[in-house]
Write a protein of this length. Sequence first.
Length: 586
Amino acid sequence: MATPLEKWVEEAAALTKPRQIVWCDGSKQEYHRLLEQALAENVFLPLNERSYPNCYLHRSDPSDVARTEQVTFICTREKSDAGPTNNWMVPEEAKAKVRPLFDGVMRNRTMYVIPYLMGPVDSPFSRVGVEVTDSLYVVLSMMIMTRAGKKAIERLGRSDDFVPGLHSLGDLHPERRYILHFPEEKLIWSIGSGYGGNALLSKKCFSLRIASWLARQQGWMAEHMLILGMEDPSGQVTYIAGAFPSACGKTNLAMMVSALEPMGYRVWTVGDDIAWMQIDADGYLRAINPEAGFFGVAPGTSRQTNPNVMEALRRNALFTNVGLTPDREPWWEGINGEPPPGTLNWRGERWTRSRGPVAHPNSRYTVPAHQTPSISPHWEDPQGVPISAFIFGGRRARVAPLVYESRDWQHGVFVGATMASETTAAATGAVGITRRDPMAMLPFCGYNMADYFAHWLAIGQRITHPPRIFHVNWFRRGADGKFLWPGFGENARVLKWIIERVRGNGRAIETPIGYVPTHDALTLDGLPISRATLEELLRVDPTDWASELDDIQKFFKRFGNRLPAALWQEHQNLADRLSQASLARK
Ligand code: OXD
Ligand code: MN
């Protein structure tokens, strides 16, 4: 008798009517066979076999280069379950609208079936998904980004506990592009885009949107967070999970070569984008990285900013929408000086300055996680790693100081819920606009964010040893518009303070927004930073925070009475602390 997985695949095939169906086993031989085919079909171009062995370049359709939030929908029976921050359609209406686009769409194409496992093979945190797709780019990327094929089939057996995802490139027309989530039936439909975040359904669609819904029902957490371990000179490793909006440096932070390495502080990478977390029997929060690869933003990546990933990218990597040098090496802005003469841009045209950037600003690399020299020896531990601190961070030219610690869990949830950041090229739309992006989950929360905040508050009640909650801002600018903090490996100085706070010995002063390092608390040896710059970096400006309070109020009002009262309470507490501080100054 057919398994539930086989039955679902049959239904998908009955709708899309492919010429043939290929089940992927996830083997190396299969990867190479499919790559040969992708080369023959021009889906990939080979890179320099000597300097970049087994690496390939993909050029996407120029209209299909980033996540498209405006056509991403959460389809629940009740609109209020999707909440005010998601696009919503009734499930039946969404299906009625999009089913005709899937009808017969694979007639002259092959349908690939990719069973995949999110999480380490033997982990109780792991979950199975299956994606059917007509894109070879998606198949090959999924083989890097997930544990695909046999491992997933073996784990699933005859169970129906898997998240099905139906994907087709369709005709790639932006008007016929839809990314639909049906959390009530754990189902994903995506058509009209081959872009990673829209088409690799394991990533944002399953591991964040559907998983966040499941996590609330089942009492765990699915978050848009990197996971890193900071080792101190005694060899003790403290694990930190960090939420930052897309293209704000999560991958670089997770793989950082610490500026404090000579003092014995080094960073180990567990994950760069997604954390699935559960409370263990001893009351600690433990996290796994459900993914098996990194899908990172290329521009700005260099030997200086992320030597670990640069090392990882020298073999078995896929590149999307980067430039191509005459030596057939990948090239992007920030990699190293000027592009060599004769470089082709991301569209495959001979580059000239008037044609814009060589690489698309959201061009990407896809690489197996284990290739990074900083990969943690514990990155595949079935029980995950214990999380001692959360960091929330955004791109803020003003307002937020370099780092501060929240007062307690409830205040920390408020800090996360009110996070804001200037938008980047990872999603289509205007770049550089400040928007509220709670816990960096605004585009990824699969349900009403007011309920999501309530879930965070409820989790806090259940953890005996909750992570301490911090906020960082690497992007504060001075009056001259220049960044005040050097960032990258120097961020280790902030992480060191964070682990000191976790252990109870980091120095801090209490301010209305939380605990800020004293002027001598950060280890700044060897960093040419003036006292005035440090003061500016750590300054809490009462006028900026007053307008921040107004903006937060507007944001909270969008959720009506579904917003947990505790968050209004925290808003009021912050207002009170700010006004007391200004009275004290007078
Ligand atoms: C990503 C994103 O690709 O957040 O990780 O857009
Ligand atoms: Mn992301």
